[in-house]
Design a protein around this ligand. Structure first.
Ligand code: ZN
Length: 180
């Protein structure tokens, strides 16, 4: 992959061949622009955490697209200002962070592989399902529609298709919630 980057020393735009170098640079520049500190870990490409108040992210070194996207997703949580008690459900946090990362890539002209979108969709579907089974009756319809674009191979996507209407209404009967 070929990227254009700005060479600070010469003041010129140069073309760089290294994909990994650019992922790392893009990520660190964006983090720094937003006052976010980046910490790398060795726990795998899909694992990331954001310290929302401390504005720190714990992410894999962005060698390839999946790890790069994990880093963007964590920046997204901070940019969208997700906080405990902000009134948003977990599925909405995950969706908003995902959307932010997708938009970032779009602006930079970096294609997001279908596989990455499907991985995120499965995670969001699982959290959506938890919310529905927990008794929530109305769910964000943009998120519901996004999840429904997935395949039934994922059991949580299949659940959403079967049990939540296109308007975001939960149609499944809730488990009876007797106190023990
Ligand atoms: Zn997340």
């Amino acid at each position: 992959m070929l990227f254009e980057t700005h060479d600070m020393s010469s003041g010129q735009t140069v073309r760089v061949m290294s994909e990994a170098l650019n992922y790392r640079q893009l990520l660190e520049e964006e983090a720094s622009r937003r006052g976010i500190r980046v910490f790398y870990h060795g726990r795998g490409a899909q694992w990331g955490r954001a310290g929302l108040r401390s504005k720190r992210i714990f992410i894999p070194t962005p060698h390839r697209f999946p790890s790069f996207f994990t880093g963007l997703h964590e920046i997204g949580h901070i940019v969208k200002n997700h906080q405990a008690g902000d009134g948003k459900s977990e599925y909405l946090w995950e969706y908003e962070a995902f959307r932010w990362a997708v938009e970032f890539c779009k602006e930079k002209g970096i294609p997001v592989p279908e596989r990455t979108i499907n991985n995120e969709r499965d995670i969001i579907a699982e959290k959506l399902r938890e919310e529905a089974e927990g008794g929530k009756e109305n769910l964000d319809l943009e998120v519901v529609r996004f999840v429904k674009e997935g395949t039934d191979r994922d059991p949580d996507v299949a659940f959403v298709k079967k049990s939540i209407s296109d308007e975001g209404r939960v149609t499944v009967q809730h488990h009876s919630r007797e106190s023990a």
